[in-house]
Design a protein around this ligand. Structure first.
Ligand code: TXA
Ligand code: MG
Length: 314
């Protein structure tokens, strides 16, 4: 693994290179948000479709004015409450923002990550586009080693250990008439409603070719192993499957089953690592205890978990 310090990472970014760095959600693949050549490298490295827009990462609320041309009151309240943090906001974009960043949309996504290394990096290198630092379609990286798995040993990465949340940020459109969550995450609907005093809806993913958030139409987060939900009475010690159990106890206390005992935070932070573990161990499947509707309603993190697991199932 080629770990780099902040100094070196800043130098690389200023030369128009891409560098992976930790955030509180997942590792990002950073590049100068004003350098089209650098941003093109990000698409090439990931194998990402060019119509899938990128999130611009900032390290001060004021930088939003360089990218967004209209900041609704609701967005100001959300920024005050949740930034820095795992909430991405979609604004109307300024004309200068590169089409490469927005995939040609008239909006731009912005986030201020809550991680000291990410913040130092952005302070010194300027605003960075940063998709998750995985090959397109693979699980997002939650450890520096995952970046190396996808991009090779030579790829420069700032090692910040395991990321805390482990699932990507909530993506919220504040330009829509009704505040709309395109991607569920740690920051949930109820909290957003409480802070803004407005109703929030989830964008139900349609098979449409032109969804409002292009990322939602691509298959995502997928390990090689087949992922599926466990049936209610199904045993948890069969074949070479890896079992992930949020509340159930395991039948056999083997390395084959992980019981989280209701700790959904730990399950979320480990999910992608477990997917990658299953592949390293060449297991054929990952079987996951399903959540009830009530658990999904009660916890935004559970909703985010179910969303990512459903996408991995495909
Ligand atoms: O937690 C995160 O958000 C991580 C870390 C590195 O910050 N980043 C991340 O980026 O997950 P990425 O590129 O993997 O996912 C960004 C999502 C995609 O689904 C994309 O389609 C959506 O945000 N998005 C970006 N700009 C958008 C826009 N202007 N309108 C609608 N959706 C947008
Ligand atoms: Mg991603």
């Amino acid at each position: 693994m080629t770990t780099v310090n902040i100094e070196r990472a800043v130098a690389l970014l200023k030369q128009g290179e891409a560098v992976a760095f930790p955030t509180e959600t997942v590792y990002g693949l950073g590049a100068d948000a004003w350098n089209p050549t650098a941003i093109q490298k990000v698409f090439d490295i990931k194998g990402r479709p060019s119509d899938n827009p990128l999130i611009v990462h900032v390290a001060a609320a004021g930088t939003v004015d360089d990218f967004a041309c209209e900041i609704p009151g609701a967005a100001r309240r959300l920024m005050k409450q949740f930034w820095p943090g795992p909430l991405t906001l979609i604004f109307k974009k300024r004309p200068e923002v590169l089409d490469l960043v927005t995939g040609g949309l008239n909006t731009v996504a912005l986030r201020w990550p809550n991680h000291p290394l990410a913040q130092q990096l952005i302070h010194r290198a300027g605003p960075l586009v940063a998709p998750s630092a995985n090959s397109s379609g693979r699980p997002s990286p939650t450890r520096a080693e995952h970046v190396t798995d996808d991009f090779g040993k030579q790829f420069p990465v700032i090692d910040g250990g395991r990321t805390q949340i482990g699932l990507e940020s909530t993506v919220l459109d504040v330009t829509a008439q009704t505040l709309t969550i395109y991607r569920p995450g740690y920051v949930g609907k109820q909290e957003i409603e409480q802070i803004t005093g407005q109703t929030v809806r989830y964008e139900t993913e349609s098979a449409s070719d032109k969804p409002r958030s292009p990322g939602t139409k691509y298959s995502h987060y997928t390990p090689q192993a087949a992922v599926r939900w466990l049936d209610a009475a199904e045993p948890t010690d069969r074949g070479d499957a890896l079992y992930l159990l949020h509340d159930r106890d395991t039948d056999a206390r083997t390395s084959q089953a992980v019981a989280y005992g209701g700790d959904y935070g730990r399950m979320a932070s480990e999910l992608y690592d477990r997917f990658r573990q299953a592949d390293h161990e060449q297991r054929s499947s990952v079987l996951i205890e399903p959540f009830s509707d009530r658990q999904i309603e009660k916890s935004s993190l559970v909703r985010a978990l179910v969303n990512r697991i459903d996408k991995a199932i495909g």
